[in-house]
Design a binder for this molecule. Structure first.
Ligand SMILES: [Zn+2]
Length: 402
């Protein structure tokens, strides 16, 4: 395989062992891997004759990783957005058939092709701002066939676009209307059998749940996690978003990859997560859309050394957001993250949230997943809203149009 050298780059490697920013850097790629990176002056002699591409000082970062999305879904809820602004209450909207159940109805009615076709414009928006790895959840089917169809649609995205897709089974997202008031029966009769079937088809990379008063109790989530362990699948959890139910500690006890949202998490939760190596995924798009007041305990995560992740939570209700750069800006402006924390949250730490150790930083042996920017510094990309100064993206060593 041919070796390619990117020269005269401004490198933000997201590698804690190196400098934050390195000017006049070179990156050596071979096939789908990074062979070497560092100052141009230190380029090993054996690489000096290889084909080179000068980047004229452009910023190079790892390709971004969006570690929490519900990007596969049918329809939209713009009508509800409009009705709420005109004074309708959540209850009135729910009574009129709105809310998550309207997305469930639309998703159940959609074919696999429809789901892929509707998701791709949102996926393309993410790729156009440098995303190279994307997590996609099920959870709008809440029946056996639709949950599996959503996961198949998610896998298809990774075949139709140059992006790595990681799937999470989220059958425990909500209790469907046909099981209203009977969450345990839903778990036993639909959710757990669907998980086993999806796993046997190779459709599941992780198992997720929604631990909240309006969804499932810690005890019910524990049953889901026990099943995941029996199948050898890692877990993650929507926890402490609207209230404090003990989801973060539960996630930590089960060695979860991540606990997500966490607005109502406490110092003790942060300690438990640090001890178990569970990362904190912050989702400022939902906080913004729901006009929440309580921000997640960022200072506690910092004090305890819990890595923080920033993701879009792209979904049709609480976070209709297909911009990871905007999520990073929101994490800084609304939650008080530093620019560096927001970048690590969308690269190196996001890789941890997906259980991936081969990406998220620029270092020898890592996948050649890079974003090349018409920008001078990482701060510039977080600071400006609505601009996508992506020059090019490299995915597994291949140059992509977006
Ligand atoms: Zn979510």
């Amino acid at each position: 395989m041919q070796t390619l050298i990117l020269t005269h780059a401004t490198l933000a490697a997201m590698d804690p062992s190196g400098p934050w920013l390195l000017s006049d850097a070179a990156i050596v790629l071979k096939a789908d891997r990074i062979l070497w990176s560092g100052p141009m002056a230190d380029l090993p002699p054996e690489h000096r004759e290889a084909e080179s591409r000068p980047l004229d000082g452009r910023l190079v970062t790892p390709a971004l990783i969006d570690a929490h999305t519900h990007i596969v879904h049918a329809g939209h809820r713009a009508g509800e957005f409009e009705a709420r602004l005109e004074g309708a209450s959540y209850e009135e909207i729910a009574r009129a058939g709105g809310g998550i159940l309207s997305t469930v109805r639309a998703t159940r009615a959609a074919s696999e092709d429809d789901l892929v076709a509707q998701a791709l414009p949102r996926v393309d928006a993410l790729l156009a701002e440098g995303v190279g790895t994307l997590e996609v959840k099920s959870g709008y089917g809440l029946d056996h066939d639709t949950e599996l169809r959503m996961l198949r649609a998610a896998r298809r995205i990774g075949e139709e676009r140059p992006v790595t897709v990681r799937t999470s089974f989220l059958g425990a997202h909500a209790v469907p209307p046909e099981f209203k008031g009977h969450p345990d029966a839903y778990l036993d009769e639909v959710c757990l059998p669907a998980l086993r079937a999806a796993h046997s088809e190779g459709l599941v990379d992780a198992v997720d749940g929604f631990c909240e008063g309006i969804a499932f109790t810690p005890g019910q989530i524990a049953r889901l996690f026990d099943e995941a362990r029996a199948l050898g699948l890692p877990v993650k959890l929507h926890a402490e978003q609207l209230s404090h139910l003990g989801g973060a500690q539960l996630a930590a006890r089960h060695g979860a990859l991540s606990a997500d949202h966490l607005e109502y998490a406490t110092d003790d939760d942060a300690k438990a997560m640090a001890a178990s190596g569970t990362v904190a995924t912050l989702l400022p798009g939902a906080f913004y859309t729901l006009k929440e007041r309580q921000a997640p305990p960022v200072a506690a995560f910092r004090d305890q050394g819990v890595p923080m992740v920033v993701a879009t939570d792209c979904n049709p209700g609480s976070s209709p957001l297909s911009s990871l750069l905007l999520a990073m800006n929101m994490a800084c402006t609304l939650f008080g993250l530093t620019v560096q924390e927001s970048w690590l949250g969308a690269t190196a730490h996001a890789a941890r949230a997906l259980g991936l150790s081969d990406r998220g930083s620029i270092a020898p042996g890592q996948r050649a997943d890079l974003a090349l920017w018409d920008a001078e510094s990482p701060a510039e990309l977080v600071y400006r809203l609505g601009q996508r100064p992506l020059h090019a993206r490299i995915h597994g060593g291949q140059w992509c149009r977006s």
